[in-house]
Design a protein around this ligand. Sequence first.
Ligand code: HEM
Ligand SMILES: *[C@@H]1O[C@H](CO)[C@@H](O)[C@H](O)[C@H]1NC(C)=O
Length: 336
Amino acid sequence: MEHRGRIFFLLVAMVFLGTEAFGDGDGPLVLDYYKEKCPLLEEIVRHNVEVAVFKDPRMAASLLRLHFHDCFVMGCDASVLLDSYGGITSEKQAGPNINSLRGFEVIDEIKYLLEEACPGTVSCADILALAARDSVASRGGPSWNVWLGRRDSLEASFSGANQFIPAPNSSLETLIANFKQQGLDIGDLVTLSGSHTMGKARCLSFRQRVYDVNFRGEYELYDKYRRFTSFRRILRSICPKSGRNNDLAPLDFMTPARFDNHYYVNLLQGKGLLGSDTVLVTQDHQGEILKQVWAYATDEKLFFASFANSMVKMGNINPITANQGEIRKNCRFVNT
Ligand code: HEM
Ligand SMILES: *[C@@H]1O[C@H](CO)[C@@H](O)[C@H](O)[C@H]1NC(C)=O
């Protein structure tokens, strides 16, 4: 009972702090932005995300990642959705995105329906934020209120996509600095990395971590338990030293299809797939991250509440509002 009470208090405190930090008018985004202008918006997005995820379960992961890759480059402004055209070089061609980002057709379909229901009203950036939320919920994860009113950029940043999206072989220090640049702290880094509880990665993305036997201090940490050897053997069978770059492995080996806290259980067992997952435990010299990982691994409710909170924070990175940018008619192109 006492434990429950404490969690309840924590949730109330988080909702309260969330409201304070983002809101009710003083921040640029608002909760009821489309209430009058497009009342069916949330229903249309949710329904179409559910259909897409039903057809292809991995789509939930892909849509979540799209919002992340949007927000980390010039803010959450749908810059990631622009195709190369005219003066624009698409972010889709950048290193972290090419042959990797997916879900664009799902966003196109939702946008098409919204242009029928409420023409020229809903931004592609807001669609991404809602689709990310509904994707998480569709796989058993938490839900949260999405603050709305983002507008769409008039440009893309190919170089920004290469610069600001973290690489899977980054050191912990680099990851922390990368998130800090976006106004996100170490807690957000650990919490949002929990997104790797669903979806897949290519051999290319985890080869270094699998063949470098002491990848960023892993050997010292896990050798005494000899836990990493069989895991590595499996990964090496999927991902040879060279070739098969696009072969896939699940980011969460235990429950790849569910949004749950098993990502953190995996980390404690040395079974994070990416280098960036691994370093959260191998390079955490202060032990603060390890505490957070333990807390999430043993308390899914705590992880869910924190995840919702950090997603709202990520969704608030530099939105463009008022008369900046535009509401695109087609998410792939700026309006003519
Ligand atoms: C901490 C820094 C992060 C790094 C270095 C990173 C890196 C990666 C890489 C390399 C992949 C596999 C891509 C491929 O091989 O095709 C991936 C997949 C994924 N990432 Fe991250 N990521 C990070 C943080 C995040 C965050 C903050 C989110 C969401 C809020 C996220 C969501 C996902 C999802 C859902 C997938 C699976 C996508 C799919 O199956 O289509 N990641 N990430
Ligand atoms: C990370 O991977 C990239 C691309 O494979 C490579 O060029 C780079 O040297 C690697 N960085 C580190 C620090 O290992």
